[in-house]
Design a protein around this ligand. Structure first.
Ligand code: HEM
Length: 124
């Protein structure tokens, strides 16, 4: 049976941005880390800095272990409501993430074009 999870807008999640009341959004899920702030090995300031935006990159860049990924499930309170209006900043964030992920595609297209062009000119 599918589980029904609570949906939160980014606007709502971003209001929880203090050490005592801290939510982060990672990979479309919303985590309430308020009770974990003192225990987080990376400190509380990095988590506070990751509030109010998609923190997936911050989380991944820190190179979290499988244990950390298992532990985070404990703090999941719901999912991001993707039907809510997206701010320019969030769009820019998303675009940055996509270009970071798929940077190899334009590089490959340009490289292949240069090689084909080079071969074509040599043939002439
Ligand atoms: C979502 C919940 C999170 C959990 C459960 C969590 C848990 C952990 C754990 C267990 C470690 C120790 C190393 C490891 O086992 O990977 C760690 C390290 C770290 N975390 Fe998180 N983390 C969370 C979110 C975040 C976020 C949002 C950031 C933002 C940048 C962050 C930044 C770091 C950093 C920088 C370290 C490295 C600390 C060091 O080795 O000096 N974490 N985290």
């Amino acid at each position: 049976m599918p589980t029904i999870s609570k949906l939160y807008s980014m606007e709502e999640a971003s209001q929880h941005n203090t050490k005592e009341d801290c939510w982060v959004v990672i990979d479309g899920k919303v985590y309430d880390l308020s009770s974990y702030m003192d225990e987080h090995p990376g400190g509380d300031d990095v988590i506070i800095a990751s509030t109010g935006k998609d923190a997936t990159d911050d989380f991944e860049d820190a190179g979290h272990s499988d244990d950390a990924r298992e532990l985070m499930n404990k703090f999941c309170i719901g999912e991001l409501d993707t039907s809510s209006p997206v701010s320019g900043e969030q769009l820019a964030d998303k675009f940055k993430r996509l270009t970071k992920q798929y940077w190899a595609v334009p590089v490959a297209v340009v490289s292949i074009s240069v090689i084909v062009g080079f071969l074509y000119l040599r043939k002439k």
